[in-house]
Design a protein around this ligand. Structure first.
Ligand code: C2E
Ligand code: CA
Ligand code: CA
Length: 406
């Protein structure tokens, strides 16, 4: 624990009355190393003069330089401390501002409404930890295409599986396969670190085909053990640029002997497509062959209404950003409910992602969402763990969730 008096706090607010008030509150809480600034310009001068604040209490609404512009200047100066936003604006505005700050990778402890309550301020300040112990600032490793190609050749990519369960009955309906890289030096590497590289360097076809065939073979093994599940595979838009993917998927599925209805292709558009005709044609033909199509991360990026209009999806996955904590947040709730109702009207099955706790689960039940996926049900696991997990889950369904047999 760092002594409160040793934590350097800069308070930036254009109202001198607020500055005095916050200064008093901070002093009462034991924070005595405080710098008061009544404009962004003064605060930046202080930082340039090496005042090195650990935490900045930042008012969003200021004449001249507002809080958001101030954050931009902090980014330019590679500010390494944390931020607390303070404003009289409504909750939604504060949340939007918080997102903006996060996008700049500046650690944010939270936001406060004016008038500031000392207890709330104290709680937020206590969240601060020195950068060395908080793990922040570790640069993200970037992998080269050659390394990824070698990993493909050496079969270092492994499929993990995360269950999708029916909310009403608790029944395990299927699994989504999520790729990981079992890196000989770095350990288990997550897809966010290499899918982009694969897409940029023309390796995504090989990667998806590898993941797809692993998943199909695994599905077959489970079937032989009496576990019949739908298997979902993530498909990149880049996979849908040529006919080779369609042919591969159709041939492989026929060869392994699994019905296309039991295979779900989850599609996200990670960036704007130049030419949407090819993916449209390929998705439509996959659908005609009875593969199930799912629109992934709905509500984010480009997974949106235009896609829903153009492609005959069977399933809509509400992005985890609109699910976790929606029960306590009006904005998220509105987005969650709108997505749910849109899917209903189009006759699609709905999966809520990011179901992390009992409150999230209860919301899904109240609102009649079809399927749930997330840590509350299970984190992604290795295939060998699935049969054991199913038994434990069935037990939870009966006891903790009191579903099923009534
Ligand atoms: P996604 O398709 O949206 O997959 C869901 C992600 O949410 C997974 O991250 C999963 O581990 C994570 N997750 C599951 N439950 C929870 C929860 O309760 N809370 C939170 N916060 N997260 C949860 P993962 O495995 O790191 O995958 C990230 C993304 O990488 C995937 O997002 C998908 O877009 C992509 N990806 C994964 N495997 C493949 C693949 O084989 N091919 C392609 N093209 N993309 C893949
Ligand atoms: Ca997915
Ligand atoms: Ca998703």
């Amino acid at each position: 624990m760092v002594e409160r008096s040793a934590i350097r706090i800069l308070v930036l607010d254009d109202e001198s009355f607020m500055l005095k008030l916050l200064n008093r509150v901070l002093a009462n809480l034991g924070f005595t190393s405080v710098i008061l600034c009544d404009s962004g310009r003064v605060a930046l001068e202080s930082i340039d003069a090496n005042s090195r604040p650990n935490i900045i209490l930042l008012d969003l609404n200021m004449p001249e330089m507002d809080g958001i512009e101030f954050v931009r200047h902090l980014v330019e100066r590679h500010y390494t401390g944390s931020l607390i936003l303070v404003s009289g604006e409504d909750e939604r505005m504060l949340q939007t501002a918080e997102k903006l700050v996060q996008a700049h990778k500046i650690p944010i402890l939270g936001h406060l409404h004016k008038p500031v309550r000392p207890e709330s301020l104290s709680l937020l300040l206590d969240k601060w930890t020195p950068p060395s112990s908080s793990g922040q600032g570790i640069p993200k490793k970037v992998y080269h295409a050659e390394e990824l190609q070698a990993a493909l050749n050496n079969r270092e990519l492994v499929n993990y599986y995360q269950p999708k369960v029916a909310v009403a009955s608790g029944e395990v309906i299927g699994v989504e396969t999520l790729v990981r890289w079992n890196h000989p030096v770095d350990g288990l590497v997550f897809p966010d670190m290499f899918i982009g590289v694969a897409e940029a360097f023309g390796l995504i076809d090989e990667l998806t085909q590898r993941v797809f065939s692993n998943a199909l073979i695994q599905a077959k093994v489970w079937r032989e053990e009496g576990i019949r599940l739908r298997v979902a595979v993530n498909v990149s838009m880049d996979n849908l640029a040529s006919l080779s993917f369609l042919n591969f998927v159709a041939d492989m599925t026929a060869e392994v002997g699994i019905a296309p209805q039991d295979i779900v292709l989850e599609v996200t558009e990670s960036r704007l497509m130049q030419d949407t005709r090819a993916p449209l044609e390929i998705l439509t033909r996959l659908r005609l062959k009875r593969f199930r199509l799912s629109i992934d991360d709905f509500g984010t990026g480009h997974s949106s209404l235009a896609q829903l209009r153009d492609i005959p999806f069977d399933e809509l996955k509400i992005d985890q950003g609109f699910v976790h904590h929606a029960w306590s947040n009006e904005t998220l709730m509105a987005m969650y409910e709108a997505s749910l109702s849109l899917a209903r009207q189009l006759g699609m099955e709905v999966v809520a992602e990011g179901v992390e706790d009992r409150n999230d689960w209860d919301l899904l039940q109240r609102t009649g969402c079809d399927l749930a996926q997330g840590a509350f049900v299970s984190r992604p696991m290795l295939p060998a763990e699935l049969p054991g997990w199913i038994e434990i889950w069935h037990e939870r369904v009966r006891t903790e969730l009191s579903l099923g047999k009534r």
